[in-house]
Design a protein around this ligand. Structure first.
Ligand code: MRU
Length: 347
C-alpha cells in the first residue's frame, strides 16, 4: 500500500486545521496549521490547499475550528459571518459552498442547544464530510479503472489526485489503483499552465505511487493523440452542471476538443458533491479570474513578460457535455444523456 499524504486533517487537540502547503511541492513537504479565519482564507486563495473536494473538506474543518471560539451569545452571527467569508474566497468549485452550507445548516438546525453541543456536532459533521469523500474517491477510482485496459496510456490535466481530494483522488484514482494492483497503465501529464499543477503535483503524486508518467507541455497533447499515444483523457471537475457541462482547470476543454478530433474518449471523474443540479448549464457556472501575475512571473526565476502587460487569467473552463464520453461517479459510470441520467442518479 502506498503511503498517503494527509493533505487536510484536524490537529489532535482540534484547535487547528492542518494542511500540506501545496505551493511548496514538489520541493518541500511542509505541513502548516491554520487557526484564524484570515489564515484559512489566505490558504484557499493562495492555493496552499486546493482541488474542489479538498477545499470543501478543509472549509468544513475550518467552520468547526472557528466555532470553538464563539461564545453562546455571539454564536450564530459569528458562524454566519465566517461561513459567508469562507465561501466568498473562490467561486467555481461548488464543494466549497456546499460543505460550508452543510455545516451552517446543521448548526442552525440545533438552534436552542448549548453552544458546546453544536460545536461538537460540527466536529462530527466535518469528519463525516471527510470520510464520505474518502469512500467516494475509492469508488470513483474503481469505476474509472473499469474503463481502462492494461497497456493503456492516459492523458491527465491539472491535479485531481489525493492532494486535491482525499486518499485516492478522482482523476488520478484509477492510475493509483492500477499501480497498486500491478496493472500497466501509463500517463502523460499536462504541465497545466499557468500554475503548473500537473508538473508540480500530479507528476509528484504519480511518481511517488510508482505510476509510469511522462510530463508534457499542454500544447503537446494534440501531437501525442495524433500519434496514437493516448487511449483516454482523465480529468477531475470543480462543478458539473445539470446538463453534464464540466468546469475544470483551464485547458481541460481544449484537451477534450482535441480528443474528440482524434476519437479519444474523455472521462470526467467526480464525486456527487461536485454535481450542481441547481446550475442548468456550464454558462451558469461562475469562472474565477486570478491575478495576471500567475502568467507574468509566478514560477519563473524572473518575470517572463514585459512589466505591466495586460493579462487575462481565467482559472477554469467549461467542457461541453457533448465532448464527454462518460462521467465517473461513486455510483458508477454515467453516460449521455446527462441531463436525464445525472438527475435520475443524484436528483
Ligand atoms: O484551482 P484548483 O487547483 O483548486 O482547481 C481544481 C483542480 O485542480 C482541478 O480542476 C481538478 O481537476 C478538479 S478537483 C479534483
Amino acid at each position: 500500500m502506498r503511503e498517503t499524504v494527509k493533505n487536510v486533517a484536524l490537529s489532535s487537540d482540534g484547535s487547528a486545521v492542518c494542511i500540506v502547503d501545496q505551493t511548496l511541492l514538489p520541493g518541500e513537504l511542509r505541513y502548516v496549521e491554520l487557526r484564524d479565519r484570515e489564515g484559512m482564507y489566505e490558504a484557499i486563495k493562495a492555493l496552499r490547499v486546493r482541488g474542489a473536494p479538498a477545499i470543501g473538506i478543509f472549509a468544513a474543518y475550518c467552520v468547526y475550528v472557528l466555532a470553538r471560539g464563539y461564545t453562546a451569545e455571539e454564536f450564530f452571527p459569528r458562524l454566519d459571518a465566517d461561513c459567508d467569508y469562507l465561501i466568498s474566497c473562490r467561486p467555481t468549485a461548488v464543494n466549497l459552498s456546499r460543505q460550508v452550507e452543510r455545516m451552517r445548516a446543521l448548526a442552525h438546525a440545533m438552534d436552542g442547544c448549548r453552544a458546546a453541543e453544536i460545536t461538537q456536532a460540527l466536529g462530527r459533521e466535518a469528519k463525516a464530510i471527510h470520510e464520505e469523500d474518502i469512500a467516494m474517491c475509492r469508488a470513483i477510482s474503481e469505476a474509472g479503472l473499469s474503463l481502462l485496459h492494461p497497456g493503456d496510456t492516459v492523458l491527465t490535466h491539472c491535479n485531481a489526485g489525493p492532494l486535491a481530494t482525499s486518499e485516492y483522488g478522482t482523476g488520478l484514482g484509477p492510475l493509483l489503483l492500477a499501480a497498486e494492483r500491478g496493472v500497466d497503465i501509463k500517463a502523460y501529464v499536462d504541465e497545466t499552465r499557468p500554475l503548473l499543477q500537473g508538473a508540480r503535483l500530479t507528476a509528484w503524486e504519480l511518481q511517488n505511487a510508482g505510476v509510469d508518467c511522462t510530463l508534457i507541455c499542454d500544447n503537446m497533447a494534440a501531437l501525442a493523440m495524433k500519434q496514437g499515444r493516448i487511449q483516454a483523457v482523465l480529468a477531475g471537475c470543480d462543478r458539473m452542471a445539470a446538463n453534464g457541462d464540466a468546469a475544470n482547470k483551464i485547458g481541460t476543454s481544449g484537451a477534450a476538443i482535441i480528443a474528440a478530433h482524434y476519437g479519444v474518449p474523455v472521462y470526467i471523474l467526480l464525486p456527487s458533491s461536485t454535481i450542481d443540479l441547481a446550475c442548468p448549464t456550464g454558462a451558469d457556472i461562475p469562472i474565477e479570474e486570478r491575478d495576471g501575475e500567475e502568467i507574468r512571473s509566478l514560477w519563473y526565476e524572473k518575470p517572463m513578460a514585459p512589466a505591466g502587460v495586460k493579462c487575462w487569467d481565467p482559472a477554469f473552463d467549461v467542457t461541453d457535455h457533448s465532448l464527454i464520453t462518460a462521467v465517473v461517479t461513486e455510483k458508477g459510470v454515467v453516460y449521455p444523456p446527462y441531463d436525464v441520467n445525472l438527475r435520475q442518479l443524484f436528483g
